[in-house]
Design a protein around this ligand. Structure first.
Ligand code: MTE
Ligand code: CO
Length: 433
């Protein structure tokens, strides 16, 4: 088993480790983890005065009124649940990334304030009153739509994951970042409300030789990509809501393109223009970036689809095991090619596999949640998950992936992740071969 040290996530990991030590001590004092309820609930105890049979502080006084929180925010005890970045990764916060705290979340929907952010030129501040979407190129009538115009088209609601092609990109050459937030946190999954792009293109009228689309962002990076017309007419959305409310500025307020199952880079934010053409534009983002350099020096291009992938989110380096006995493994699986058919989990580095229990909606091109309940008596574990999608694609091991693609690449790493759980419950990012 090869292992490399961690470089990221120092703050979160350190505080959880301190917490772990405290938790074990409290459990022991109570005469064992199960003494005061299921699964050592006493492990988090800080103030015995609040605990049964005493009457807790919060039961003695009136609470805040309905005027205290016009826009709701999480409990102050959840202040550790935040997006985090990896400082050494990028030179400036305007062209950078932060990561979704996957280990702190449940179900399949990412809360709006916790979606990872990836910007190439910072967050554009767009006034919706001045917002316009222009359609030009190989169309019968070039058109300009205001936000009000867009909202008079028939709209649909769809749940999709967005994964950056560079997710897990730092792990190509070996285990590097200590936390699923950092190794896999460039993914989020939301319910979008938007207009099928097909309806907008039909309004402008496509010329017979219309074969490609070039969506362009209104941010200072003016991000643009070539999208084949078939995809644009199939399932792309011009979206203005996420989980029921307006897009957040970080996610492209007021309008972004949704390109289901395809790499996040194509989901242009602050969408200001779509040009229609008869061939691809070969923009920066599909030539020098977002191509996959192979061992022989050639690069794979136009690798749009995000392949089948999964990760155990708990336990993981930022979420250690706190008690012995009954425990729960959970994680996420997704595929840009369809639905998730099955997720297998191993506790011993791949010698034995068991089928995970999938719970919650199983939707195409969406995150899917899985669980394995198990008994842990402090033995070392090598945890892995392996997803299989509705096309029969099986998530590869990292070695299988490297045998085909080499190690030059940054993008499209969907290899199986391994977490080493130690006897004290701490978890580390490792590789097995
Ligand atoms: N669109 C514009 N206009 N500018 C950008 O920098 N970044 C792209 C894409 N769309 C980007 C953009 C990349 S690389 C990704 S992975 C996704 O947006 C990130 O979306 P998010 O910030 O909602 O997570
Ligand atoms: Co990206």
């Amino acid at each position: 088993m090869a292992r490399q040290g961690s470089k990221g996530g120092s703050g979160g990991v350190a505080s959880r480790r301190a917490f772990l030590k405290g938790g074990v001590a409290a459990g022991a004092a109570a005469g064992g983890a199960l003494a005061t309820g299921a699964l050592g609930g006493s492990a988090m105890a800080q103030n015995a005065d609040n605990m049964a049979p005493n009457v807790a502080d919060w039961s003695r006084y009136l609470g805040e009124g309905v005027d205290a929180r016009p826009y709701g925010t999480p409990s102050e005890f959840e202040a550790h649940v935040v997006r985090r970045n990896v400082e050494w990764l990028t030179a400036s916060p305007e062209s950078s990334v932060n990561f979704t705290p996957l280990h702190d979340l449940e179900g399949i929907i990412t809360p709006n304030g916790l979606c990872f952010e990836r910007h190439h030129g910072g967050i554009a501040e767009v006034d919706p009153a001045d917002y316009q979407l222009m359609i030009n190129g190989l169309v019968d009538k070039p058109m300009i739509f205001t936000l009000q115009d867009l909202m008079r088209f028939p709209r649909v609601n769809r749940i999709y994951f967005l994964e950056c092609a560079a997710n897990s990109g730092m792990e190509w050459r070996g285990a590097q970042l200590n936390g699923c937030q950092f190794t896999h946190g460039m993914v989020h999954c939301l319910m979008y409300t938007g207009v099928p792009l097909k309806l907008i293109l039909e309004e402008a009228g496509l010329k017979p030789n219309a074969k490609w689309l070039m969506p362009e962002g209104g941010d200072s990076s003016g991000m643009n990509r070539s999208v084949p017309i078939e995809k644009g007419l199939d399932d792309c959305l011009v979206a203005f809501k996420m989980n029921g409310e307006a897009l957040r500025p970080e996610q492209g307020y007021p309008v972004r393109l949704v390109v289901p199952g395809w790499e996040g880079n194509m989901w242009v934010k602050w969408l200001r223009r779509i040009e229609v053409g008869d061939e691809p534009w070969h923009t920066r983002e599909e030539t020098s970036k977002y191509t996959d350099l192979l061992e022989d020096g050639k690069a794979r291009r136009f690798t749009w689809v995000m392949d089948v992938k999964s990760v155990v989110t708990n336990p993981s380096p930022q979420a250690p095991l706190l008690v012995k006995g009954h425990n729960i493994i959970t994680g996420l699986a997704w595929s840009g090619r369809g639905t998730i058919d099955r997720v297998d989990v191993t506790l011993d580095g791949g010698n034995n596999w068991r089928t995970a229990r999938i719970d919650g909606p199983v939707l195409p091109m969406s995150l899917t949640r899985f669980y394995v309940e198990f008994d842990w008596q402090g033995e070392d574990l090598l945890l892995q998950s392996r997803a299989i999608d509705s096309t029969g694609d099986i998530q590869p091991t990292k070695d299988e992936l490297r045998a085909v693609r080499g190690t030059n690449s940054i993008y499209h790493n969907n290899g199986i992740q391994t977490w080493h759980v130690r006897s004290n419950g701490e978890v580390e990012n490792v590789e097995v071969s």
